[in-house]
Design a protein around this ligand. Structure first.
Ligand code: GAL
Length: 635
């Protein structure tokens, strides 16, 4: 695994570049990402390109032995461009334009902006495509950041209508599929259909689901246009995009299909603070991040682009964008770095090199302080570089468990939650965390993945199940766990004729006859477990494998397949997963709080995410807080 950093030569005087480059190399970094927000410097006025500074920056960085990751600058269209086509900005759900003055102020559907992107990307790719120092291109920056996937502009509306016209034979077919007879919502022409915002009460969920599919396709199309241009001009380079954490607004599998290597931006402390973790986790992991945050995304993005992935931005100290922004515990930057290696990252690049003393992110730490002195992360990067060198390249081992992740499922749960605590990401994360706490290595894969190499499969929920997947699951023999709401909707967001779990009834003979959601604090007791949030009523001749105290079944088993008819708590999940591991002959080793392990083909890594030392029985070693223990696997 290589190390790198994100650098903004345009933020610093040219005289500093050489020294910065020298210090990067001295720190053990060999990659540097530049350019992704530099449009106003590359093209200060329409058609007037200024390449000299960028030529020089690339020369200076590469003279120090660094390889370049070059970003296309399309996340930050400059003022002259927005003035030239004011309707290129996205329109939010309330009909308001997303103004100039920060970033990502564009609509994916605006044809004029798409042409401008093609033009600037062509100019950059022609100029630098064959530069020997270039190793990778990054398209744009964090598609969707700041809530920018959905736009409700006229361009988006027009794009949506033609997207619909391509998918439905005629408007009557659409009316039938969506159920538009309900509330007299029938259309006579595709041209009458608007985006689903600004309706009096909720719009038809089928309308929303198609809008989300359309918006997701627009991201993939936007990305593909850049990829096609870069491929034509830059034969030897990889292409990546830096995806985000806990983000499901577009289907990342679709976008990732066009790139060579998926990367993501890892900010464990910011994510702990901003997402659903409870007060106890926020307190216990304040300076470390919850132990599964980084690993979850490593495993998710590894599954997005055929195993090739990396960390494009690694938090080096306090960030500026969470409600509270603590410092990492000493050792965490090193731990996060080595953890990425253990999960197979090709590189980890720190965001950013030097803290900026100006503008929006002046409170965001870097590897260096604003005055250029090493910040604490610098020493940890050096230490990580040394260890990486010492243990050598890591090959991935086949993980025993596949966890199915589906963006469309996230949209379905979001569009029609039916209970406000039914959150897709939270459910999947909880299942992932339960598996990892048992000491298992996990691949996160799409519902279209080849699942035949796994010993256990977990599908936390998949409301829309394809016939193909149902057939595949039928043909496998390993233990499979399927969660609530799976098979509960058709492709056009209706309840299937045979009721939930729809096509899965061919695999396990049960029917969901009613569902209920429970408010926070309301629970239903079982034998040493508790159900909260969601409970289904099941009609079946199968005897339940796990039941509530009053006898209602919550988990059912038929051959190798299990169905959980509720939002399982950790205790129930752990029992079910442990039984599955036992049936599959997969060894489990429940880990102490805060400890996680990951095996490569040659090593076992153990990460102490707690603020106390942990004695790890498996190796007999005591691991310091934020410590990493690496053991060569015998044989
Ligand atoms: C990322 C983004 C970077 C920077 C960073 C700050 O989301 O890609 O440009 O803003 O966050 O943490």
């Amino acid at each position: 695994m290589k190390l790198g950093c994100c650098y903004y030569p345009e933020h610093w005087s040219e005289e500093q570049w050489a020294d910065d480059a020298r210090r990067m190399a001295e720190m053990g970094l060999s990659l540097v990402r530049i350019g992704e927000f530099a449009w106003s410097r590359i093209e200060p006025e329409a058609g007037r390109y200024e390449w000299d500074w960028l030529d020089q920056a690339i020369e200076t960085l590469s003279a120090a032995g660094l390889k370049i990751i070059l970003g296309t600058p399309t996340a930050t269209p400059p003022k002259w461009l927005v003035d030239q086509m004011p309707d290129m900005v996205a329109i939010d759900e309330h009909g308001r334009p997303r103004g100039f003055g920060s970033r990502r102020h564009y609509c994916f559907s605006h044809a004029g902006y798409r042409e401008e992107c093609k033009r600037i990307v062509t100019a950059m790719a022609e100029r630098y495509g064959e530069h020997p120092a270039l190793t990778t291109w990054q398209t744009d920056n964090e598609y969707g950041c700041h809530d920018t996937v959905l736009s409700f502009s006229n361009s988006a509306a027009a794009g949506f209508r033609s997207w619909l016209a391509q998918r439905y034979d005629n408007v009557q077919a659409l009316n039938n599929a969506w159920g538009n007879v309900f509330w007299s919502m029938e259309y006579r022409e595709f041209s009458e259909i608007d985006p689903p915002n600004l309706t009096v009460t909720e719009a038809n969920p089928a309308h929303w689901l198609d809008y989300r599919r359309f918006a997701s396709d627009q991201v993939a199309n936007f990305n593909r246009e850049q990829v096609d241009i870069i491929r034509a001009c830059s034969t030897g380079c990889d292409i990546t995009h830096n995806f985000m954490g806990f983000f499901t607004e577009f289907d990342h599998y679709d976008t990732a299909r066009d790139i060579d290597i998926a990367t993501w931006d890892s900010y464990p402390l910011g994510f702990l603070e901003q997402f659903w973790f409870d007060d106890a986790d926020k307190r216990d992991y304040l300076r470390q991040g919850h132990p599964d945050i980084a690993a979850f995304h490593h495993d998710l993005y590894r599954g997005c682009s055929n195993g090739r992935w990396g960390v494009m931005e690694q938090q080096p100290g306090p960030v500026n964008w969470a409600r509270y922004n603590p410092s990492p515990l000493p050792g965490m930057v090193k731990l996060w770095t080595l953890e990425a290696m253990a999960h197979g990252a090709e590189f980890t690049s720190y965001f950013r090199w030097r803290q900026a003393p100006f503008a929006q992110e002046q409170m965001h730490a870097g590897m260096l302080r604003p005055d250029g002195v090493d910040a604490p992360a610098a020493g940890e990067a050096r230490e990580a570089a040394r260890i990486i060198e010492e243990i050598g390249e890591q090959r991935m081992a086949q993980a025993p468990v596949a966890l199915v992740f589906s963006y469309e499922s996230a949209w379905v749960c979001d569009i029609q939650p039916q209970g406000q605590s039914f959150k897709y990401l939270e459910l999947v994360y909880e299942w992932y965390s339960a598996l990892r706490k048992l000491g298992l290595d996990v691949d996160i894969v799409s519902d279209k993945a080849d699942l035949s190499n796994y010993k256990m499969i977990a599908i936390p929920t998949l409301p829309i199940v394809s016939e193909k997947l149902a057939e595949l699951l039928q043909s496998l023999t390993c233990p499979i766990l399927i969660g609530p709401r799976s098979g509960s909707k058709t492709r056009s967001f209706c309840i299937p004729d045979q009721l939930a779990p729809g096509v899965l009834q061919d695999l396990i003979p049960l029917k969901v006859t009613r569902v209920e959601s429970l408010r926070d604090g309301a629970t239903e007791p079982g034998d040493n477990f508790e159900i909260s949030r969601w409970l289904e009523e099941i009609e079946t001749d199968l005897a339940p494998e796990f039941a509530l105290k009053d006898g209602r079944g919550v988990a059912f088993k038929k051959d190798h397949l299990r169905y959980v008819a509720a939002w399982p708590d950790r205790a129930l999940l752990t029992q079910v997963l442990s039984r599955m591991a036992d049936e599959a002959d997969v060894a489990i080793a429940p880990l102490p709080k805060g400890l996680r392990i990951r095996r490569t083909a040659t090593h076992m890594f153990a990460f102490n995410y707690s603020a106390q030392p942990i004695h790890f029985e498996q190796t007999g070693k005591t691991i310091d807080p934020a410590g990493v223990s690496i053991t060569a696997l015998g044989g």
